[in-house]
Design a protein around this ligand. Sequence first.
Ligand code: SF4
Ligand code: SF4
Length: 299
Amino acid sequence: MKESTKLMLQKHGWRVDRFIHNYFYFRFYYPYVAILRQFVLRLKYLSWFKPIIPLGKMIFNRYHAKVLSYEDTRKIFSLNEDLQYISDENKKIVPYKYATKIIFQEPENIVVMDCPCKKACHAPAEDISSCLAVGKSVTSFWLEHCQKYHPRKISQKEALEIIKHFRKKKHVTQAFFKVATGGSTGVICNCHPDTCVSLQATKFSRRISSELSMTAQSGYSVIYDADKCIHCGKCAEMCGFAAMVFENGQRAYHRDLCMGCGLCVESCPQDALSLYADPEKLKPLDLDHIRAKAASLQN
Ligand code: SF4
Ligand code: SF4
């Protein structure tokens, strides 16, 4: 048995069912996501079918994503020590029932691999290599088992360059949490609203119910300095959630729709926009805050 398979078995303990799910999920990453996408695409025809809400919640409680700001992503790809925080408080960050563990073990281990969503959605070839794994457990499995998806080890600096590159191209940074991968994060991806199965699932499921979402907002909202704005509309072009819109020369911001990704802020040539931690939203996945919480548990 390969070392990474043993590591995966250890991670799941007596939950052999989750080990098997995890094993097949990564071994067959592309067909798994391609099949899932077929279900997601059908959600857009089901906005009238309310009985699907409990099923949607059951699935999303097990597999969901958290939008990350650039700064919170930078902290993850600068981490040089193990960090573990397992607490019900995490539900304020990722508001789902099961997969809410924040665990980074040997976080300097980073691998980039082909993104199954982008392959399934026929994204441009240059965008395919964009799925990032952080931590020994997932990276070693990808390197040993997933050669057909072209995994390659990269440095933290390279990971951040990839993140910056894709953010300029309207890709939202998301951390994925999944029961089958141990209930914690380990995969961070660069997700375009048109080619990401989770963003499409969120879009279509919200048509069924505003409470149904596969994606958790980052916890930030946007403030605007009207004196600096030159009404160029770039912020609205970058927003994949219709939260920042520009019509007839007027900019409008819908805070309730804003996922706090920060792409509009980074695109503004005038520095007229900035993110703030919104007390009425979720808490950000901010490793400074999580490290402090984890330390207080140990004392
Ligand atoms: S308004 Fe800005 S921060 Fe909010 S979702 Fe749109 S691009 Fe992201
Ligand atoms: S990108 Fe900046 S300057 Fe341009 S419309 Fe938006 S806020 Fe104004």
